[in-house]
Ligand binder design. Structure first.
Ligand SMILES: [Mn+2]
Length: 387
């Protein structure tokens, strides 16, 4: 059976001030063409279909168009909700849409109920595990301590139990939206840390033939059977070195896996450039980035006048300016944004404690901070569910 694995479409998301709907529509076209030309048997979409719980109308219309085109193609599709989606909203109409061969799995309670597709070699059971917010699903799974690993392990327990009851030789695919240990994050995923821990070990998924992951926006191979497709488009400059793609996976009769990377259309390359404004405007090396979406880090000791307008004379698609005046290393005046870059909310809070008190938080205080961050996140997620 041949699968096409993608995730993290984030329909409706902009890239800085660029509306990405056109590029997202082009990607949908590419997906449909690939599914057709490469004779794909099933499409799997591993969450974050939308960028927000209540997406803009144009994004909903694009999703509707995608559903129609996939249904017309006649290729069965399995989709789950991600941490950016409202599972409840995305799941509206799932029963009807399912009759058209597009299976939306947004209910944590249905983790152990697969979509069963068949090829010449027998059945393949597709288990859609929507993003599981630990605080919200711990009762459903009967786990005492709400954490990503414990709820995913419980969901996988249901998957294995169901699989054990099926005909011998039934192959299995799991869709999940999670941060698996060994994966590399970028700047465009929303933090899902609970209890100070975001990552779950890949071993949680042992026993299934292929795990189609979503959440991390870079394409990644955790093991031959556990992969991230990554997002089809960049959503932050930290993805400048990503090659955006999907996985075309051949699942053989014996459950062995062969995966091929299928590139996504590139609306415009990304470039991160650094130097004084005068250097950036003059350096002949940078000519190759003139048509790119550019993030420029200006190292001028004094902020130049009207820098974006001047930069745009050479780089008309410049989108982001960062000021990083060259000073001695360790200078406390380094820009606030630069000091915060790459640190989690919890790390920033811990460093703040250390900064004002001279000593960082001890174990007990760390636990208080973790609980506070978890409570805020759980409350946000609960509000989204209630809406
Ligand atoms: Mn995402």
């Amino acid at each position: 059976m041949r699968l096409l694995h993608t995730s993290d479409w984030h329909l409706g998301r902009a890239f800085h001030r660029v509306n990405m709907l056109g590029a997202q529509a082009e990607f949908i076209g590419h997906l449909v063409t690939t599914a057709h030309e490469r004779e794909v048997d099933a499409v799997v979409v591993s969450g974050d279909v939308y960028d927000r719980a209540v997406p803009p109308l144009a994004a909903v219309e694009l999703f509707d168009d995608a559903l129609h085109r996939l249904a017309e193609l006649g290729v069965p599709t399995v989709m789950i909700s991600g941490n950016h989606d409202s599972a409840r909203r995305l799941g509206v109409g799932a029963g009807l849409i399912g009759r058209a061969g597009i299976h939306l799995r947004t209910e944590p309670a249905a983790c152990g109920t697969p979509v069963v597709l068949a090829d010449a070699h027998g059945d393949v059971a597709f288990y859609g595990l929507p993003y599981l917010e630990p605080a919200l699903v711990k009762d459903e799974f009967g786990v005492e301590k709400a954490g990503h690993e414990s709820v995913l392990a419980a969901a996988m327990g249901r998957v294995r139990a169901d699989l054990a009851g099926r005909a011998p030789g039934t192959r299995s695919v799991v869709l999940a939206h999670a941060f698996v240990t060994g994966g590399r994050a970028s700047d465009s995923e929303r933090d899902i840390t609970v209890g100070g821990v975001a990552a779950v070990p890949a071993g949680v998924f042992d026993g299934v033939d292929y795990v189609a992951l979503g959440h991390l926006h870079g394409s990644q191979t955790i093991t031959a059977r556990v992969r991230y497709s990554g997002s089809p488009l960049p959503y932050s400059f930290s993805e400048a070195d990503h090659r955006k793609s999907m996985w075309l996976v051949d699942l053989a009769a014996d459950g062995s896996v062969a995966a091929e990377r299928v590139d996504c259309p590139v609306p415009r390359p990304l470039a991160r450039i650094r130097g004084t404004l005068e250097e950036l405007l003059a350096d002949p090396e940078l000519a190759r980035h003139e048509e790119a979406w550019v993030e420029a880090t200006l190292t001028d000791p004094i902020r130049p006048a009207d820098p974006m307008a001047r930069l745009a004379e050479r780089f008309p698609h410049a989108l982001s300016l960062v000021f990083a005046p060259e000073r001695a290393p360790g200078d406390p005046d380094a820009s606030y944004a630069r000091r915060l870059a790459g640190r989690s909310d919890q790390q920033i809070a811990q460093d703040f404690v250390a900064h004002v008190r001279g000593v960082g938080p001890d174990e007990r205080e760390l636990a208080v901070l973790r609980e506070a961050f978890d409570a805020v996140r759980a409350e946000g997620a609960a509000r989204e569910v209630a809406r």
